[in-house]
Design a protein around this ligand. Structure first.
Ligand code: FE2
Ligand code: FE2
Ligand code: FE2
Ligand code: FE2
Length: 416
């Protein structure tokens, strides 16, 4: 049994484009364009399929930690040098958890290094990996020149710009590679209409076996990327995944099911990448319109996960977490998603539990017993599963310290 990792990363990239759009003004499909350009330069350099898959994945994820680095940023202000360095360091650390088919160290770490020394680490061409040089030039070109909307007549001007910056801003190797591949056909292949197809044609499929080790790493990274979005939800997905894994073991599920539920829990709020941070962090009451926008995160999670080959069950578990047994909750999902199986009901309870325990702009974090009072009210109204509520009440009480956080799966044995 496998799933298509490249398709999952394309979905992450859709969300990360939105984040980068909020911060740098990057546009839709930015990650895909950087990936297609990086892969084309890599193919020119003689990379094999596994190297192309790896570099393209890193290109899709180049800014996976951008919102983390910008959490303390005043909206509209520039990203500080320290924040720029932090998103490179954190982004590289995250990517290290992914089961890439080829080893390409430090290419996310150094994706902002330019030859005028303006990069956060002041690197030069000799000590910057080629993959990082390719991502840097593709990223910069796309953000600066909005290449998806450049007509063929702009080609010579673009090429002049690259030549002018060769060796002084872009590395000579990266500039030469880009100049060699950048023609009218490539430019057309980067438009919003064509880019999906161009990506599929240029980059081989990446399939990952649904087996414990790789899946756990993917889930951890996914949760972190989603949680970066707002300081109020800085550990929301991670904690839901940890709590879900704990409960799956409590119920005696087999290891593969525990892992699948862990991934579903990690992904449950993937669509929040598309929710404007200003709404997520608005102090005080949300308007009806703003609440509607928040609710759309479920729809986005569905859009982002539904077509990932091999993740159908995980998608269904992930996106039904606001649905109540009474039929209320966020609608707008296909009928088969509205049948709430045991795992879906479990994730609904855990999502509510975690959200109530967290400090949010509109409420302080609550203790275990205060939280359980709210869950019991809902259970007694028939909205959530009574038995799961009971089990959650007794199991989560085993973590009484501080915020009641549950350790990650690797450390859970110590608590049994
Ligand atoms: Fe970046
Ligand atoms: Fe970028
Ligand atoms: Fe949610
Ligand atoms: Fe949630």
């Amino acid at each position: 049994m496998f799933f298509r990792m490249d398709q999952l990363l394309l979905s992450f990239s859709l969300g990360l484009d939105f984040v980068e759009g909020e911060i740098f003004g990057a546009t839709t499909n930015h990650g895909k364009r950087v990936a297609v350009l990086t892969a084309a330069m890599g193919q020119l350099a003689g990379w094999n399929d596994d190297q192309v898959i790896t570099a393209a994945a890193c290109a899709l994820l180049h800014d996976n930690a951008l919102s983390e680095a910008s959490i303390e940023r005043v909206p509209g202000a520039k990203v500080t040098a320290a924040a720029l360095a932090a998103h490179c360091t954190e982004g590289e650390k995250n990517a290290a958890h992914l089961p890439f088919p080829s080893e390409m160290k430090d290419i996310i770490l150094y994706h902002h290094e330019y030859m005028d020394g303006s990069g956060p680490f002041g690197m030069n061409a000799e000590n910057t990996p080629l993959g990082a040089q390719f991502i840097a030039i593709a990223d910069n070109l796309d953000i600066r020149y909005k290449i998806q909307s450049q007509p063929a007549s702009a080609l010579s001007q673009l090429r002049e710009e690259i030549k002018r910056k060769r060796g002084v801003y872009y590395t000579a190797d990266a500039a030469d590679a880009l100049l060699e591949i950048l023609d009218e056909n490539l430019l057309i292949s980067l438009t919003d209409e064509r880019i999906g197809q161009s990506y599929a044609q240029a980059i081989p499929q990446w399939k990952v076996e649904i087996q414990t080790e790789a899946m756990m790493g993917i889930a951890e990274v996914a949760a972190r990327i989603i949680d970066y979005k707002s300081k109020f939800t800085a550990k929301h997905s991670t904690q839901i995944a940890n709590r879900a894994f704990w409960m799956c073991r409590f119920y005696g599920f087999d290891p593969q099911t525990c892992t699948k539920v862990y991934l579903a829990a990690a992904l449950h709020d993937l669509g929040k990448l598309m929710t404007p941070t200003a709404i997520l962090e608005k102090p005080g009451r949300l308007t009806d319109e703003e609440f509607e926008i928040i609710k759309q995160h479920v729809h986005w999670s569905y859009i982002m996960l539904k077509d990932v080959e091999g993740l159908a069950e995980i998608c269904r578990w992930a996106v039904s977490h606001h649905r109540k047994l009474t039929g209320s909750g966020y609608p707008d999902l296909p009928a088969e998603y509205l049948e709430l199986d045991f795992v879906s009901r479990l994730l609904t309870c855990i999502d509510i539990y975690q959200a109530v325990r967290e400090t949010r702009p509109y409420h302080p974090g609550r203790s275990h017993s205060e939280t359980m009072r709210i869950l019991w009210d809902m259970a007694n109204r028939g909205e959530i599963d009574k038995q799961i509520t009971q089990d959650l009440d007794s199991e989560m009480a085993r973590f009484p310290d501080g915020d009641g956080d549950v350790p990650n799966p690797a450390e859970q044995d110590a608590f049994i």
